[in-house]
Design a protein around this ligand. Structure first.
Ligand code: ADP
Ligand code: MG
Length: 346
């Protein structure tokens, strides 16, 4: 058999031309010409004095957009940023609220009601006095605590027409117990809007996950063992949760604490007494429809103690708790969960 090289050559040219044109059209219509394959991106860094650890699958790298969103959020909610909305409100330079502030305020007030005042964003002066806030620690005396308690009370602030009013101008707001969870929701929403289906957004231990990890399996999220860890380096886990759709937050008393003589002072303050909370809960992990709600509820549980915490969580649709508690002799830990907490049932 003879091969007609000239014929192949003549047919080949138009074919090469057609293939080239098709490639050109594809190139022209692809938003992201260099990478049309989904791949997992991973960004880590520091934000609001803590870390972020964000993974997602996409055809495009969204690090720039994520950082812009976090900077935006910081400009609203960070008490360490002197020009943020919350700082201007705390120093009475402004009473104007913004979107993130109002979103935070609505959930914070809801959780204050649900927890009978155990959660309270007006606790800032007490948090600062005990040395856990955005201002220097003060010499704590019962008189000081009594006077600061007068500045605390979620019912003494309100928001109307994008303005915050305070009964006492010295009242300050601390959103640390809710803002990390809110920031997770904000980043997860950004990625969802970009079309991402698989993501894990972890900001300082509060987590939103959706879809699957790069192994093709559900995300695995650890709950840290509550052992004293002031440097934040403990990696011992109490439990690992696998999930394809979760908003989860943990509050604990094992990282932010100090000893005042023999008394252990930890960073969750009971607004009703003015003193650091002394409940039986060592760590409270909450799942809820949003990470912001989970974050606020976790802090509320730390103040309430296990009995009242479980009663509160039972009344909130789609919220669940995993509480690690100390029993009487303080050397033994027990875990109490609500029935639907998503522990992996083997
Ligand atoms: P973490 O996730 O680091 O354990 P939380 O979410 O529990 O932290 O937030 C603790 C922070 O919240 C404290 O450092 C303080 O700034 C603030 N805070 C302390 N007590 C309360 C309270 N009762 N209600 C609201 N915020 C509080
Ligand atoms: Mg919290």
């Amino acid at each position: 058999m003879t091969i007609n090289k000239e014929r192949i050559y003549k047919m080949g040219l138009p074919l090469i031309f057609l293939a080239g044109a098709a490639f050109f059209l594809m190139w022209e219509h692809d938003d992201n010409p260099r990478n049309d394959k989904q791949e997992y991106y991973h960004h880590t860094g520091k934000v609001f004095g803590t870390y972020y650890n964000i993974r997602y699958s996409s055809t495009k790298d969204y690090e720039k957009e994520i950082l812009e969103k976090l900077a935006d959020f910081d400009g609203s909610m960070s008490t360490f940023n002197p020009q943020s909305t919350i700082s201007l409100i705390n120093t009475n330079q402004s009473d104007t609220t913004d979107f993130y502030f109002e979103q935070m305020y609505a959930v914070a007030q809801e959780v204050s009601i649900l927890s009978n005042g155990a959660f309270d964003i007006t606790v800032a002066s007490l948090v600062n006095a005990w040395g856990f806030g955005f201002r220097n620690k003060e010499t704590v005396t019962p008189e000081l605590i009594d006077s600061l308690r007068g500045l605390v009370g979620y019912k003494s602030i309100s928001v109307n027409n994008h303005k915050l009013s305070k009964n006492d101008s010295r009242t300050m707001i601390d959103a640390s117990a809710i803002a990390k969870g809110q920031a997770c929701d904000v980043v997860a929403q950004l990625l969802t809007n970009k079309g991402c289906k698989n993501m894990l957004v972890d900001i300082g231990g509060e987590v939103v996950c959706k879809g699957v990890s790069d192994s093709g399996k559900p995300w695995r999220i650890g709950i840290t063992k509550p052992q004293d860890d002031p440097t934040g380096t403990n990696t011992d886990l109490q439990e690992v949760i696998s999930s394809t759709d979760l908003c989860m937050a943990t509050s604990g008393n094992y990282r932010q604490f100090y000893y005042d003589g023999d008394i252990r002072r930890s960073h969750t303050i009971d607004p009703r007494t003015g003193y650091p909370a002394e409940s039986d809960i060592l760590s409270a992990t909450i799942t809820a429809p949003t990470c912001m709600l989970a974050d606020a509820l976790a802090t509320a549980c730390m103040v309430l103690g296990s009995d009242s915490a479980l009663a509160m969580i039972d009344n909130i649709p789609d919220a669940n708790a995993y509480l690690i508690c100390s029993v009487a002799d303080k050397d033994t830990m027990i875990v109490i969960t609500t029935p639907n907490f998503p522990i992996n049932k083997q």
